[in-house]
Design a protein around this ligand. Structure first.
Ligand code: SF4
Length: 552
């Protein structure tokens, strides 16, 4: 493998002709930045902002922050300015992002599939209580996300996170974003292979490594050895998915180039078999291809999915093997993704005789106080720990059989049900207009109200119907993969622009992975959402044939 240090002048690859329209690929010799984001990253490694936050900005306050750090490099530390209150969705389109800035930050803390001990969960909760006005959301990338963070408090927060073995490094930015790991890794009875050591190795070797701190854009990783493919591998930039080779046994296939937002694409399978101890090497090779060949001219074309789409997965694999690994990978067919739940909600047996319990906050919203209460229960009931899930849920690992039902009852008392309604279980929401500067509409509270209403209108729904509520086209809550995907936008009502949603119907993952269909007429006001969903669901329930799922 070539030297992975950050290249000041990447070597031009003379074998691949420069495309007519420059895409800004380093390997084709485009080392001069072609837009302001690229210039900012070249001016200074974004990882260096950590020292400035600790030594300067936290001491001198918000006004002292260099704008290039504030709106650029802070993201590499998991920090974004949050949306100032008082701007409606119309302002999102009219004002520049910086004009919507508040003096407070959103802080994202990565969990990377880790088992969080009672102490770690308590630390996360106390940070919410002490520094974030009691906010703490579980995101669909297994993060805890805070709001109302002051730059003055960041060093103390980082100290507490360090002590708990947690980090916000590269939780945002053009970097290896937080990893998705199987929430039941190492304990599920039907697991093919435990990917935990590979995730730990990738984190130890490459997070905070300048070799990967200047990628063309975000780079999302998922690893699972669970047969349910419980980390949404179809829509990550790189996914390692458990598979069994007839001779070599359990290992991982590598899927590349998945992503949503505009131009959604499903990941392509490389069709390989990678042993556990080589996953980190292959991860570095794929990330290197992205770094060196990824498109840097236009931000809208800078995700890995565009490169994989243009090259095809066969050529992508060849470049990984020849230019970065220096060897061929073993070929192997991997099984298709199954249909069905991937969220691990409920009580399930572990292979060691204990149980794991999946619990459901509504649309990922918890609080610092709630996390502290959860930590107390984890300790009181001798639970091994908690993992966050890609579906904004929490799974408690290692519960003794005789403690399952008492613990489930106590969890219910604090609002974390292990047996939630279909609606609460299957509804996700992104951050939305409450805090996100790109948002056009409210999401979290809208989702919570929708769930409450649907629980009344369809209390005995016998089949899962997933609803993903997004505040803008960026699809952070995976608009296109839900039965009912909602994309925030302004819609016309009686000649006025009001908050509403473009509806995508019939999205799915698994065997019949498919993006929801966007129907021109399917726009709904936020106020009319309860009735719209009621009509759609009623039609489905009335007209479905035996065994017909919503997505089909
Ligand atoms: Fe913000 Fe849009 Fe992402 Fe929602 S989908 S969190 S509104 S960027």
């Amino acid at each position: 493998m070539p030297d992975l240090r950050f290249p000041s002048q990447p070597p031009a690859n003379t074998e691949i002709p420069r495309p007519k329209r420059a895409e800004g690929q380093w390997s084709l010799g485009y080392s001069e930045p072609l837009n302001k984001n690229e210039q900012s990253k070249k001016d200074d490694d974004p990882l260096n902002v950590r020292a400035r936050i600790i030594n300067i900005y936290s001491k001198r306050g918000f006004a002292s922050i260099d704008p290039a750090d504030l709106r650029g490099r802070f993201r590499w530390m998991g920090l974004y300015t949050q949306r100032a209150p008082g701007f409606d969705g119309g302002k999102t389109a009219m004002l520049a992002e910086e004009e919507l800035d508040d003096d407070f930050f959103m802080l994202r803390v990565r969990s990377d599939g880790r088992l969080l001990s009672a102490d770690a969960v308590r630390t996360l909760g106390r940070i919410g209580v002490d520094f974030a006005r009691d906010t703490a959301d579980v995101t669909d990338r297994e993060n805890i996300q805070y709001h109302w963070i002051r730059v003055e408090d960041v060093p103390e927060i980082w100290d507490r996170l360090d002590a708990a073995g947690l980090s916000s490094v590269e939780a945002c930015g053009d970097s290896p974003r937080p990893f998705l790991g199987s929430p039941v890794a190492g304990v599920a009875e039907d697991e093919i292979i435990d990917g935990t050591p590979a995730l730990e190795e990738i984190f130890e070797r490459y997070i905070g490594d300048p070799a990967f701190s200047n990628l063309p854009r975000k780079f999302k990783t998922a690893v699972t050895g669970h047969p349910a493919h419980d980390v949404a591998p179809e829509v990550n930039d790189v996914s390692f998915v458990g598979t069994v080779h007839p001779e070599h046994g359990p290992g991982f296939d590598c899927w590349v180039g998945g992503g949503l937002s505009t131009n959604p694409m499903l990941a392509a399978k490389m069709g390989v078999w990678i042993p556990l101890d080589e996953v980190a090497d292959v991860w570095a090779a794929v990330a290197s291809v992205f770094r060196d060949y990824g498109y840097r001219r236009l931000r809208s074309r800078a995700r890995l999915k565009f490169l994989v789409s243009d090259w095809g997965v066969e050529k992508f694999r060849e470049v990984v093997e020849k230019e970065y690994l220096g060897r061929e990978l073993v070929s192997c067919d991997s099984p298709p993704s199954p249909v069905g739940h991937r969220d691990h909600i409920g009580v399930h047996p572990q292979k060691d005789g204990k149980s794991y319990i999946g619990i459901a906050p509504t649309a990922g919203r918890v609080s610092g106080t709630l996390l502290v209460q959860l930590a107390d229960l984890i300790e009181e009931y001798g639970v091994a720990g908690a993992r966050l899930t890609p579906y904004q849920k929490i799974v408690l690992i290692g519960v003794d059989q005789d403690k399952v039902e008492p613990l489930v009852a106590r969890l219910d008392e604090i609002g974390l049900s292990a047996r939630p309604s279909q609606w609460r279980r299957n509804t996700m929401a992104c951050t939305g207009i409450e805090f996100c500067k790109l948002a056009i509409v409210d999401t979290k509270e809208r989702a919570r109200a929708l769930v409450g209403e649907l629980e009344k209108r369809f209390p005995d729904l016998d089949t899962p119907i997933t609803i993903n509520v997004n505040g803008c086209p960026n699809a952070c809550a995976r608009t296109q993969l839900a039965d009912i995907g909602l994309k925030g936008q302004l819609v016309m009502q009686d000649g006025e622009q009001v908050e509403g949603f473009q509806v995508h119907l019939g999205g799915a993952t698994g065997l019949d992975a498919n993006f929801g269909r966007k129907l021109r007429a399917h726009k709904v006001t936020s106020a009319g959402l309860d009735d719209y969903v009621t009509t759609v669901v009623t039609n489905y329930l009335t007209e479905r044939t035996e065994g017909e799922r919503f997505a089909t």
